[in-house]
Design a protein around this ligand. Structure first.
Ligand code: AMP
Ligand code: ZN
Length: 466
């Protein structure tokens, strides 16, 4: 299995530190709002990486944090006149709902930054003792130049960085020894949440949070550290500096980064008005479609979100789910495997092999999905109404296995009950009588989405399942 490592800029054979086990840390969201579809990309991508590693027999310890103390959380709390913890608790709960709807499995552990402050104080103290950090008026800074390998992940040169910083004056940071130094601990401002530390009443910097949570739940050395590509610099570069300076060991063997999700070929941003939350999308699509759409591209390629691409993901997913349903039904056919069918099972295996080859090549889900479509095409032509249940069952098993690795659910939504359909039709008739055509059309649309087609006839409205 090969993994592209940002650290070495090459695809490398995946060899974990401990045989059969993978320790993996994925930087999670800052919880001050509903998550947006950009945040959903690393969640879906790395959940799929985890599923594939498990399929390959590894026991995966998967840790993903919530950053629950941050300027944006405090700002939102002040706007609403509530405690910062109320904002973070609310949006962690909402994030977990979105994750479940996207079939992203909960991590082995979801640590919260605010519950790990003692560990952060310990690591900062240790960095000060080792000469890698210093305090000035209650703020603690990391002494970047003391960490000789600084820049190794982002492939940046310290002197270039230095010249970039020369004209930059960030208020309150004039007391730094060097413009490259970054904050490990900062004193509170009026009205901000704070914790007591040897340096000031204050709170940790963002980077130290992940170094500490990763160390506590996975140990000094881990196999995979992941997140979106915007985190390479400075977040992950700084995490490496802190962790390696403190622990004296290589922090993570592999660094994986997903490319960005854009909307209509533009960067997603609130000011451009092209900004969707996962919740917005859930009003128009089953979030399974969003998951399938995200996996239709390789995780290191930029991905463009558009209605056309979502429609095409919806159709593709439908094709797979329909084939899966048909195979399950045919699996209850009588009969044993015939000789011809035995040959066909081998053919079906070749699509599973193509899927594995694609995933072994740096988790190429785009090619893996092509292999799934090949298997679906094969199933639709070779598994017939007259096939043996054994054969249909074998093909069904393979398709289910591949869908499970991608986190795609093959069960259809429950069919609507007849009486619920009839109640909606009656409501539509009443709406039409009241000349509320918008409501009447909405009901027709709603029914259509659930696969119910209405026909207005002279005898009244008749309906059928599509
Ligand atoms: P944040 O809450 O901004 O720290 O982001 C949480 C995660 O979402 C990080 O791994 C980011 O890199 C990732 N992320 C944010 N925006 C996007 C985007 N538009 N496309 C892909 N990943 C993103
Ligand atoms: Zn992080």
């Amino acid at each position: 299995m090969k993994v592209y490592n940002t650290l070495t800029k090459t695809k490398q054979e995946f060899v974990p530190i401990e045989e059969g086990k993978v320790r993996m840390y994925v930087c999670g969201p800052t919880v001050y709002n509903l998550i947006h579809i950009g945040n959903a990309r690393p969640m879906i991508v790395f959940d799929t990486v985890r599923r594939y590693l498990e399929y390959r027999g590894y026991e995966v310890n998967y840790v993903s944090n919530f950053t629950d103390v941050d300027d944006k959380i405090i700002k939102k709390a002040n706007e609403e006149g509530v405690d910062a913890s109320e904002i973070s608790t609310r949006y962690i709960a909402e994030c977990k709902k979105d994750m479940a709807a996207m079939n992203v499995r909960p991590a082995t552990k979801h640590p919260l930054a605010t519950e790990e402050i003692d560990g952060m104080i310990d690591m900062i103290s240790s960095l000060i003792e080792k000469g890698y950090a210093y305090e000035k008026n209650g703020t603690v800074y990391f002494r970047t130049r003391n960490f000789r390998e600084y820049g190794k992940l982002s492939h940046k040169n310290l002197d270039d960085l230095q010249s970039g910083f020369r004209d930059l004056k960030v208020s309150g940071e004039e007391e730094k020894e060097d413009p490259l130094d970054f904050v490990l601990w900062k004193p509170k401002k009026e009205g901000e949440p704070y914790w007591v530390s040897p340096w000031s009443e204050g709170r940790p910097g963002w980077h130290i949070e992940c170094s500490v949570m990763s160390k506590k739940y996975l140990g000094d050395q881990i196999d995979i550290h992941a997140g979106g590509e915007d985190l390479i610099f400075p977040h992950h570069e700084n995490e490496i500096a802190q962790s390696e300076a403190c622990n004296g060991k290589e922090f993570s063997r592999y660094w994986m980064h997903n490319a960005f999700l854009n909307i209509n070929n533009k960067k997603m941003s609130k000011s451009l008005g092209n900004f969707f939350t996962v919740r917005d999308i859930s009003e128009r699509y089953d979030l399974q479609v969003l998951r399938f759409f995200m996996l239709s591209a390789h995780y290191r390629s930029p991905l463009n979100f558009s209605d056309d691409l979502m429609e095409s993901a919806k159709n593709g997913l439908e094709r797979i789910v329909t084939a899966a349903g048909r195979l399950k039904k045919l699996a209850s056919n009588p009969g044993e495997l015939t000789e011809t069918e035995a040959g066909l099972v081998q053919k079906a295996d070749s699509y599973v092999k193509a899927f594995e080859d694609a995933m072994d090549d740096d988790f190429n889900t785009a090619d893996a999905i092509s292999a799934v479509f090949e298997l679906v095409k094969f199933a639709n032509t070779e598994v017939k109404e007259t096939s043996s249940g054994f054969f249909a069952g074998k093909v069904s098993e393979k398709l289910e296995k591949l869908c499970d690795i991608l986190g795609i659910l093959t069960e259809r939504e429950e069919e609507m009950l007849d009486e619920d359909i009839e109640a909606l039709i009656a409501e539509r008739q009443a709406a039409r009588k009241a000349k509320d055509f918008a409501r009447a059309d909405a009901i027709r649309g709603e029914l259509l989405e659930r696969g119910i087609v209405l026909e207005d006839t002279r005898q009244g409205v008749v309906w059928k399942r599509a």
